[in-house]
Design a protein around this ligand. Structure first.
Ligand code: NAD
Length: 482
């Protein structure tokens, strides 16, 4: 049994949740229960926030940036030393093929490495002002930061959100996604071993409506970072408004890749497929729409169909193209969309295969390529969170931009063209937080600011820019005379 089985991490100690209640940990590959996590309540959240406040007033509040950086580096090293264990747990808990899970472990370590290096490089300014004055700004921590994350990329999101907050000297309370909390707890244990003082990094697993709700409403929290659905994001923003605290919302997407006739299709093909099926489509930045210039539409549809037919789905440890979806509920949700698509006569042009020995209790669905999708159809408008690529065509650059911008989301987009002027023109007109030209995702990009516009949220995590969000400017004006 893990030392954190059924526990919360508060004040540097693994403890029982106040209620003593736990939740099951399910393996989405075969539907079996393989552990229990604590079901944290408002009382646990309150204790965690108080512990974080005490940490700010104590040793942690006085820790100089270079020392914070060293602790972050140490955590990064420990994560890499436990790469195999973390990979296996992420694969089992999320249902992620092993290769993808390993990428996430390395990304998590890289975030702590990147932010460890940045800790002593964020500084304020001096501002020319009235005669006899010197004015300077300091970048100070908010204090206690609350972090709510989903189940789909626990390690990567912990790296970016906890990494950024600790770098700036905040102390954190994390509520991981109830469907997959295991690796969050493992990183919490590694942070303890790295030597972060008690109360700097607290973790309260549990249900969103209970532990999450208590965290977003707690008046002792000075900043909220939420990654999850647009619906819950709206609740978080309302709660933040009541306490007048800043909030970062990393929400959903319906990201497009636009393919012009002059694109290098051989180069584009693997990106078009992988960006739609990675983590079985359960990725906020999944490119679930492909918008193709009419003159190459048939050719590209045929090539994509060949690739989709080759895709294989099965248990995470088989390390195929896709694992299972996270839960039976998520499977039902995706199937409902597909049944609707079929009832509406949509053209399912290719599907992958579930391997024969995949356990019947696993949450498997086949990857699908659906072509000629009307832009207003739910499959082209809503976040399915399944391995489904919706294709449509355009005949002018104007129409391509209109289709790309034609959903309520704006997280990421891809443009495939070798026309340099068009690359910039279209990139500037597309409404999304990131635009990738002749690639998609840039290999993860720990260094690259990430976040949405429109219903995909606001604020930025990742990269150096996130550090401004995890700190607040204090202006000091000194009148010293001339
Ligand atoms: P979700 O919104 O249901 O849950 C996210 C987190 O919020 C979980 O920890 C959950 O317990 C908590 N929560 C639920 N109800 C709450 C409440 N009332 N108060 C406080 N917390 C509450 O989302 P999900 O299904 O876990 O994750 C999928 C969503 O996350 C998708 O929409 C996806 O696009 C989005 N996502 C966004 C990013 C990004 O960086 N933009 C990254 C990953 C996932």
């Amino acid at each position: 049994m893990n030392i954190f089985e059924g526990k919360v991490l508060i004040d540097g100690n693994w403890q029982d949740p106040q209620s003593g209640e736990t939740l099951p940990v399910m393996d989405p590959s075969d539907g079996s229960e393989f552990g229990r996590i604590a079901s944290g309540s408002a009382i646990d959240i309150d204790r965690a926030v108080q512990s974080a406040q005490t940490a700010m007033e104590g040793e942690w509040g006085k820790t100089i940036p270079v020392e914070r950086g060293r602790l972050l580096h140490k955590l990064s090293t420990l994560i890499l030393e436990h790469e195999d264990e973390l990979t296996e747990m992420e694969a089992r808990d999320v249902g992620k093929p092993l290769t993808q899970a390993r990428v996430d472990v390395r990304a998590c370590a890289r975030y702590f490495e990147f932010y460890g290096g940045a800790a002593d490089k964020v500084h304020g300014e001096t501002i020319p002002y009235l005669e006899g004055y010197t004015v300077l700004t300091l970048r100070e921590p908010h204090g206690v930061t609350g972090h709510i994350i989903p189940w789909n990329y626990p390690l990567q999101i912990i790296g970016r959100t906890i990494g950024g907050a600790l770098t700036m000297g905040n102390s954190c309370v994390l509520k991981p996604g109830e469907e997959a909390s295991q690796t969050a707890l493992m990183v919490g244990e590694l942070a303890r071993q790295a030597g972060f003082p008690p109360g700097v990094f607290n973790i309260v697993p549990g249900l969103g409506e209970e532990a999450g709700n208590a965290l977003i409403h707690h008046s002792g929290v000075n900043h909220l970072s939420f990654t999850g659905s647009t619906e819950v994001g709206a609740l978080v923003q309302q709660a933040a408004a009541k306490n007048a605290v800043p909030v970062t919302l990393e929400l959903g997407g319906k990201s497009p890749q636009v393919v012009f006739a002059d694109a290098d299709l051989e180069k584009a093909l693997p990106f078009l497929v992988n960006a739609s099926i990675q983590n079985c489509g359960q990725t906020c930045s999944a490119a679930s729409r492909v918008i193709v210039e009419s003159s190459i539409y048939e050719k590209l549809m045929n090539r994509l169909a060949e690739r989709f037919k080759e895709l294989r789905v099965g248990p995470a440890f088989r390390d195929l193209n896709c694992g299972p979806l996270i839960s039976p509920e998520q499977k039902k949700r995706v199937e409902n969309y597909l049944n609707q698509a079929k009832a509406d006569g949509l053209n399912i042009s290719a599907e992958g295969k579930i391997v024969e020995d995949a356990p019947a209790e696993g949450n498997y669905v086949k990857p699908l390529l659906i072509r000629d999708v009307p832009p207003e159809h739910a499959v082209a408008q809503e976040e399915l969170f399944g391995p489904v690529l919706a294709a449509m065509q355009f005949s002018s650059e104007e129409e391509a931009v209109k289709l790309a911008n034609g959903t309520p989301f704006g997280l990421v987009s891809g443009i495939w063209t070798n026309d340099g002027a068009r690359q910039f023109r279209v990139a500037k007109r597309i409404k999304s937080g990131q635009v990738f030209i002749n690639n998609y995702g840039a290999g993860g990009g720990v260094e690259l600011p990430f976040g949405g516009v429109k219903l995909s949220g606001h604020g930025r995590e990742k990269g150096f820019e996130a550090l401004y969000g995890f700190s607040v400017t204090k202006t000091i004006a000194i009148q010293h005379g001339v």
